[in-house]
Design a protein around this ligand. Structure first.
Ligand code: COA
Length: 320
């Protein structure tokens, strides 16, 4: 048995923050941000936390799939910006939607998280342990970026996307994933620092820090590499693929991948202009838009590819 996505849903906060809005407190401008990143605006949450966004996306995905919460065997939620250290966001989602037969847990793989979640589901399905579940990517990165760091905060946005996955004969065709922990410091956000009865009671929380150039160099090499690898290993050609659904981190990274892979831009949907980088949520939000736009048809072949902090990367070849 393999993983088929049978329902998709997304939820983004209502509040739009444009590049021009950022100039109120940041030495930046719309032209610079658009040219370097392709981003025009992002959603920033003032009320809904990561769990609330995930709940809404999950409900929409279940409605799309025609699946009730009781039918779910697992809820896997990928996030780097959960509302709590514990319990997991997945546990909260499970309780709120009433998926009481499901085991629920979070995974931390940054922007590769949704893809890693699909692969964990694949393990469950291939071994016959479970039959249905939710894989969610949800983030409120607006609370972890340093809003005084202009080369960083302009890049990110809040949102959630969710997929109902089911064990079926066709679906996931091939997958790969990887990590290089030696590069863990090029993009990080430290948790609570040590603060205890011996050191004094002053734990602090960090903000996101990034060596943008290092991440950029890594991404422009890694994205085409993993797309080519998954094609080679599955014996399919670029022309066999209907869509390349790439993590929405930077339009220049996407364009560079398109060039290196020599694939038509029409096969590479994007929405970074409107949502910026929503990390683990970017791929399912994009899939949801594609479905709503009537772009996805049963039997279409898609490569999903992502990368992020860790450093991590992953790619999945699926049949829709
Ligand atoms: N507005 C205006 N100027 C800005 C700016 C902003 N928001 N941010 C940086 N600058 C300035 C810099 O201070 C620098 O000025 P200087 O030359 O006077 O020092 C200049 O623009 C160039 O900065 P640089 O960092 O070299 O720009 P860049 O072309 O490398 O682009 C990123 C920066 C962050 C957009 C780019 O490196 C990137 O996208 N990296 C990948 C990040 C990413 O995708 N992370 C998530 C991974 S999941």
């Amino acid at each position: 048995m393999t993983t088929r996505i049978i329902g998709i849903g997304a939820c983004v906060p209502d509040t739009i923050v444009t590049n021009n809005d950022l100039t109120a407190f940041l030495d930046t401008n719309d032209e610079w941000i658009r040219e370097r990143t392709g981003i025009g605006e992002r959603r920033v949450s003032t009320e809904m936390g990561t769990t609330a966004l995930a709940v809404e996306a999950a409900k929409r995905a279940m409605e799309d799939a025609g699946v009730s919460p009781e039918e779910l065997d697992f809820v896997i939620l990928a996030t780097s910006s959960g509302d709590n250290s514990f319990p997991s966001a997945a546990s909260e989602v499970q309780g709120i939607i009433g998926a009481l037969n499901a085991v629920a847990f979070d995974i931390s793989a940054a922007c590769s998280g949704f893809i890693f979640g699909l692969h964990i589901a694949q393990g469950f399905f291939a071994s016959g342990i479970y039959k249905k579940g939710l894989v969610i990517g949800a983030e409120t990165l607006s609370k972890v970026v340093d809003w005084s760091d202009r080369s960083n905060c302009i890049l990110f946005g809040d949102g959630a996307g969710a997929a109902v996955v089911s064990a079926e004969e066709t679906g996931l065709i091939h997958m790969l994933m990887g990590t290089d922990g030696r590069k863990s410091k090029v993009l990080d956000c430290v948790g609570r620092t040590l603060g205890n009865c011996l050191t004094g009671f002053k734990p602090e929380m960090g903000f996101m820090k990034m060596d943008g150039k290092e991440v950029f160099k890594f991404a422009v090499r890694k994205v085409p590499e993993i797309v080519n690898q998954i094609l080679d290993e599955s014996g399919l050609a670029k022309d066999d693929i209907d869509y390349f659904v790439l993590h929405q981190a930077n339009m220049r990274i996407i364009e560079s991948a398109v060039k290196r892979l020599d694939i038509p831009m029409e096969k590479v949907p994007t929405n970074i202009e409107r949502y910026a980088n929503t990390s683990a949520a970017s791929i399912p939000i994009l899939l949801d838009e594609m479905k709503k736009d009537g772009k996805l048809h049963r039997g279409d072949k898609l490569i999903l590819a992502g990368f992020g902090a860790g450093l991590t990367w992953g790619a999945t070849l699926i049949e829709w």
